[in-house]
Ligand binder design. Structure first.
Ligand code: NAD
Ligand code: 44H
Length: 401
């Protein structure tokens, strides 16, 4: 029988990365999404194209052998597919994991296949599969929990490939960078071993991979996005062409490199080479990657384990330098009321309605006695004072005219 993988989220990384590699590994891919437009497009086509763009030119692959189900309207079908699949992946965004967990829990519960399902969350977050697993357990009957590992195994992953928002007329086709890395924990699969997916680099300990990726690729990407947005730049490549922003990105990466080299078995030479690769990747002018996409969801991005506070907190605990990271946090806090970004509206509200210390706790989740906390409070205070000064100036302007 043909191998089958269920993938939640038919968006950019779903179509342009996960499905591409599942397809190459010989899986039939069943996309699950809640967006009618994507589902209808996937159901009414037999193929779409993934085009890698780089200095070396363009190279296109055709993806076929897929189906699509809308989980909003056809939940029972999704449960049935999961009950007979080998793999479940998702790329829906870390905040959506709780919404896809109930249907996955039901699909796992309905399994009779002796081989456990492999569940791999492909989100930019530390321990995303663990988070999903937690929500799945919350949606499973207590008397079925002990035997769940007979029906499913859960492996965390680190996934890296820049897939910008696509042109409005692109349909299902995706333009992406050539580079990719997909590291997944092998331990959860035990003696039976993990599923055969050639693009995956199976690793015993994922922490160095996910921290190096999140705290280099995503820290630098978000730094360029927030400084770029506040300087009126449209794309990450445009921001990176600005010498001052490029210099700031390098300063930030020096701080995270110090942590990565100190904490993991990665030499400073190796990390420096990695940094140069990442700077070249995010400067890629062939990718029209907007500062709004890369800066999206600022509340998530300034949270405790994320790309700024995650490394800054660890550096503060180790007596390291973190002031450039605080500069990125400040720019992230200035990413407010951005059209189409609900979290940027929520951010503005939190900053308006709370004292600096309370806003710092709510946004970053840092304990008040953490060595980083007073530094973050100072940054929050500065951003709030600027907003107040702008409101006062605006009101005076109205009164005078
Ligand atoms: N784009 C990238 O460069 C990139 C690279 C690595 C990792 N990621 C991560 O992948 C995830 C997705 O990012 P993206 O850029 O593809 O976003 P995207 O917005 O293009 O895709 C997300 C998809 O999830 C779908 N979705 C939302 N709620 C759903 C639900 N309840 N059930 C099923 N589907 C649902 C959306 O309709 C959308 O199609 C994020 O965690 C992101 O951090 C993105
Ligand atoms: O997806 P986010 O919102 O966590 O971060 C935005 C980008 O930095 C991200 O999507 C990168 O393009 C990706 O992580 C590259 O591997």
């Amino acid at each position: 029988m043909e191998k089958k993988a269920i993938h939640f989220g038919g968006g950019n990384i779903g179509r342009g990365f996960v499905a591409e590699f599942l397809h190459t590994a010989g899986y039939e891919v069943v996309f699950v999404d809640v967006m009618d437009k994507i589902i209808e497009a996937l159901q009414s086509t037999k193929s779409y194209q993934v085009t890698e763009v780089s200095d070396e030119g363009e190279s296109t692959k055709t993806i076929t052998n897929y189906r699509a189900i809308n989980s909003k309207t056809h939940e029972a079908d999704v449960i049935k597919e999961i009950s007979t699949a080998e793999v479940v992946t998702c790329a829906v965004g870390p905040n959506i994991l709780k919404f896809i967990a109930p249907v996955i829990a039901k699909g796992i519960d309905a399994r009779t296949d002796p081989t456990p399902l492999a569940v791999i969350a492909c989100e930019n977050a530390i321990g995303a599969t663990d988070t999903l697993h937690g929500f799945i357990k919350d949606n499973t009957a207590a008397d079925r929990l002990d035997s769940m590992s007979d029906r499913a195994r859960f492996a965390n992953s680190a996934i890296d490939r820049i897939v910008p928002a696509q042109a409005a007329d692109a349909g299902l086709n995706v333009r992406i960078e050539k580079f990719y890395e997909w590291a997944v924990e092998s331990g959860p699969f035990g003696e039976r071993g993990p599923p055969k997916i050639d693009a995956i680099h199976w690793v015993g300990n994922l922490e160095p991979y996910i921290e190096r990726k999140l705290f280099t690729v995503n820290t630098s990407h978000a730094t360029a996005a927030y400084y770029g947005y506040n300087a009126g730049k449209k794309t990450i490549a445009e921001a990176m062409r600005d010498e001052s922003i490029r210099g700031i990105v390098r300063d930030v990466l020096q701080e995270t490199a110090a942590l990565i080299v100190d904490k993991h078995e990665i030499s400073s030479t190796e990390q420096q080479e990695y940094v140069e690769t990442i700077i070249a990747r995010i400067s890629n002018h062939y990718l029209e990657d907007s500062v709004e996409r890369v800066g999206r969801a600022p509340v998530r991005k300034v949270s405790r384990k994320e790309r700024f506070i995650g490394p800054a907190a660890q550096l503060a605990e180790r007596g390291g330098k973190f002031d450039s990271l605080l500069g990125s946090v400040e720019m992230a806090l200035r990413f407010q009321n951005v059209e189409g970004d609900e979290e940027s509206v929520e951010l503005a509200k939190i900053l308006k309605e709370n004292s600096p210390a309370d806003a710092a706790v709510r946004l970053t989740g840092l304990d008040r006695d953490h060595p980083l906390f007073p530094h973050v409070v100072k940054v929050v205070d500065g951003v709030q004072s600027d907003a107040k000064a702008r409101t006062t100036a605006h009101l005076m302007d109205i009164a005078l005219n």
